[in-house]
Design a protein around this ligand. Structure first.
Ligand code: B16
Ligand code: MG
Length: 226
């Protein structure tokens, strides 16, 4: 019997760096935190933190500084909490003007054409941000990172979003700005759209440099010619 070819039914978005540029704010908060520990991190190092959960990011920073064994779990929790408090101050002013170019009309177009829309962000602050950006109602499913044992690059968060949307992974296109996220999408068995630099996102099935180039038509075309 010839199998039925899957059709795309859903788009699953990462948040930081895809919907809004909070990637820079995470970096700012981590930079300040690292500075207190006597460490300097730059934008190139920050690429390794994108999409990685809070404790995972702190561990990478401590490893990078060669000081991982100097902190107990309680101290690390306090440092992670401190970073989050700083980050929460930075996102207080977030409003619809902070949606990355092209994303709002893209969501409108997807909804109009009957596609389901999900969120697979590692950030526990994502629900607050979607509300501040006033695009919360577009998202039928929001994966909850606090219920997920293995963060990106594990596929779990994308699989949870697909399962809430009641679609198969092969019927989904995942959109990410981080290398860890692209890996997660691919492991989930979805088509991976990357936003950013080819240097960091080599594994993406389709890559655009910025959200301005991200159109429904181009993503579907790329999926059809995969
Ligand atoms: P929080 P994404 C990720 O969001 C960020 O890219 C990453 O830098 C951050 O550490 C992680 O969320 C956790 O965020 O500390 O707010 O829970 O890119 O998966 O939307
Ligand atoms: Mg991201």
């Amino acid at each position: 019997m010839i199998g039925v070819l899957p059709l795309i039914k859903a788009f699953i978005f990462d948040l930081d760096g895809v919907i809004t540029d909070t990637a820079d704010l995470h970096f700012e908060a981590w930079r300040k935190c690292a500075e207190k520990l006597g460490l300097t991190i730059d934008l190139s190092f920050n690429e390794q933190l994108k999409g990685v959960d809070r404790m995972g990011s702190l561990n990478r920073i401590l490893d990078y500084g060669g000081i991982a064994n100097q902190y107990s779990m309680e101290e690390k929790q306090r440092l992670a909490e401190e970073k989050n408090e700083y980050y929460k101050k930075l996102i207080l002013d977030v409003s619809p003007k902070d949606i990355l170019p092209g994303i709002q009309p893209l969501l409108v177009e997807m909804k109009r054409d009957g596609y389901k829309i999900g969120l697979a962000s590692a950030s526990k602050n994502a629900p607050t941000l979607l509300k501040s950006l006033e695009i919360d109602e577009f998202f039928e499913a929001k994966a909850d990172p606090s219920t997920i044992a293995k963060g990106k690059p594990a596929p779990d968060i994308f699989l949870q979003a697909a399962s809430i949307l009641k679609v198969q992974p092969t019927e989904c296109i995942g959109i990410e700005d981080a290398n860890a996220g692209i890996e997660a999408i691919k492991k989930a068995g979805m088509f991976a759209v990357g936003i950013g630099d080819a240097e960091y996102l080599k594994e993406a099935d389709y890559l655009v440099y910025s959200t301005v180039e991200l159109t429904l038509e181009n993503m579907l075309k790329a999926w059809h010619s995969r």
